[in-house]
Design a protein around this ligand. Structure first.
Ligand code: ZN
Ligand code: ZN
Ligand code: ZN
Length: 540
């Protein structure tokens, strides 16, 4: 009798758990498009098909005034911020690479010497999320379902897969340029799942690299870009022009499998491995919400090389639109449209190529970081005697040799003040701040506040500077990102599917609101350091 009662109680518990899951989506698909500026949606609108970006906007919700709330606007901080619902001040991913004050070395946001590559013999898998110090929405989902939810992160870039998948993920996978296949790290698993080993054997990378990269539509129909071979595009090789068609077979002989990352086909293989993961891991097939975090990185490599108004960039987005359509159709078929919640955003935007702006007489410039570094060293030696006063200059921050100043009883905050005045005099520098002020004051004005949200009290530097709008430390061709300005902070924010109403809004929303909104939709806890609020207007 006791046994029957126990069984009955167990049955009731299971029933309750399942009942609680019923009012949840079967799958959340988080999509990040690396370096996607907000304006690309409108610029390429007429050229998109009905099943990709347009499907999300025509049936879902678009927050049209959605911004990052911190700088530096780089890939590592971007992915960490989207999924932790907070900014580098709290999650600790202050850049892609930064100077580690404690160990006196440069560290990589996802680098981890304590783990090993799984799936190849290179070191590209020595990665984990251990430097991200707050929880992600994916972690919270894992906690909420006693680990029953399956969490997978996928991206060409390790950091684009690892940071979104969070600390408790089942698997994150990324592209190994040395093998042309998808790998992981021993942080997650000791062996790649069999479906992924099979996918890796299919030769998908080689297949794409055997062809030319031609424009998807006749080249004359690309009206929303500058002409091909403009002076603002970067070529693969010195003696070649950056023009269609690109002979990928020939180029890959020199650049290897990694070449695919700088073509739209890097996105295509990301989409294909995402489909394989859905099937192989049976995602969305049980009542416990699963989470697939996909980041499309090829858009960033292409943008860096060709710039924001290049034909190559337009073609890459038109092809991504087709890849999205294929992914949506696949998920419709496998899981059902009504059971899936999608969102799409970007990890940062990009500046219009400053050389192009200059040709249009719009203020912009190129900043010489090397000159600044040498100047800082000279300035400190002139003021405090010859010495090793600077440990590192990176990410627009100066890291002082604190112990050297302490030894000589020189006040660090005085040094910071003097140095910040010195740096402000440089051509192209807009603002300077001291680490002491960053820790003690509360900035309200937009750009100072953004910098402060990116300032981690323990990890960030001693003197910080920002450049004037449209100034970069970069080559004369292609684009980059990282600033506090609107071209870097303004990104698309699309919602679609489960419990999402149709509409759009220009009310300001921020990156931290994404995780808060998903938490509200799933009725689970927000990530532990989340600083955003749910975007109520998009809820059905
Ligand atoms: Zn990025
Ligand atoms: Zn071109
Ligand atoms: Zn980039």
């Amino acid at each position: 009798m006791k046994r029957i009662l126990c069984l009955f109680l167990l049955f009731m518990v299971c029933f309750k758990v399942l009942e609680a899951q019923e009012n949840k989506p079967k799958l959340v698909v988080g999509i990040v498009v690396d370096q996607m500026r907000y304006d690309y949606i409108n610029r390429y609108w007429d050229r998109f098909g009905d099943g990709g970006f347009k499907r999300m906007i025509n049936e879902g919700f678009s927050n049209e005034n959605h911004h990052f709330n911190y700088a530096p606007t780089y890939t590592g901080p971007g992915h960490a911020s989207i999924y932790t619902g907070t900014s580098p001040a709290n999650h600790g991913i202050i850049a892609n690479d930064w100077y580690d004050k404690e160990n006196k070395e440069m560290v990589y946001c996802a680098g981890d010497k304590a783990v090993n590559t799984i799936g190849s013999s290179s070191s590209a898998g020595k990665m984990s999320p251990h430097r991200m110090i707050s929880s992600t929405i994916t972690d919270e989902l894992k906690l909420a379902t006693m680990r029953r939810s399956k969490i997978i992160g996928i991206s060409l870039k390790d950091r684009g897969a690892i940071l979104p998948a969070g600390h408790a993920a089942d698997l994150a996978m990324w592209f190994d340029s040395s093998t042309g296949t998808w790998i992981s790290s021993s942080y997650y698993t000791q062996r790649l799942p069999s479906w992924l080993r099979a996918f890796n054997k299919s030769g998908h990378t080689q297949k794409h690299l055997a062809n030319n990269w031609e424009t998807l539509y006749p080249i004359g129909s690309y009206k929303m870009s500058l002409r091909d071979n403009s002076p603002y595009e970067g070529a693969f090789e010195e003696n070649s022009d950056p023009v269609f068609p690109y002979d990928l077979k020939k180029l890959s002989e020199k650049y290897g499998f990694g070449l695919i990352k700088s073509t739209p086909f890097g996105n295509t293989i990301t989409k294909d491995v995402a489909k394989a993961a859905i099937k192989g891991e049976q995602m969305g097939q049980d009542p416990f919400t699963d989470f697939l975090a996909v980041s499309f990185s090829a858009t960033d490599y292409v943008g860096h090389q060709y710039g924001t108004y290049a034909l190559e960039t337009e073609d890459t987005y038109l092809r991504l639109d087709k890849d999205l359509e294929d992914l949506f159709n696949y998920i419709d078929k496998e899981i059902g449209n009504e059971n899936v919640l999608y969102f799409l955003t970007a990890d940062h935007g990009a500046v219009v190529v400053p050389a192009y702006l200059q040709d249009m007489k719009i203020p912009s410039g190129y900043f010489n970081g090397g000159e600044l570094k040498a100047g800082v060293k000279n300035f400190l030696s002139e003021n405090y005697g010859v010495g090793n006063w600077v440990e590192n200059v990176s990410n627009s921050q100066v890291f002082l040799n604190r112990s050297a100043f302490q030894e000589k009883n020189i006040s660090l905050s005085d040094v910071e003040k003097k140095l910040s005045d010195y740096i402000l005099a440089f051509d192209g520098v807009a603002q300077t701040f001291t680490g002491t002020d960053m820790r003690r004051l509360e900035y309200r004005k937009r750009f100072a506040a953004l910098l402060q949200n990116g300032y981690n009290n323990k990890r960030s530097g001693d003197v910080l500077y920002t450049l004037q709008p449209a100034w970069t430390s970069y080559g004369m061709t292609g684009t980059t990102h990282g600033s506090v300005y609107n071209y870097d902070t303004h990104v698309p924010m699309l919602w679609y599917g489960w419990k999402i109403t149709h509409g759009s809004s220009v009310v300001a929303t921020g990156i931290p609101d994404i995780a808060a909104t998903i938490a509200a939709l799933l009725h689970i806890n927000r990530p532990n350091a989340c600083t955003g609020e749910p975007i109520e207007m998009l809820l059905k």
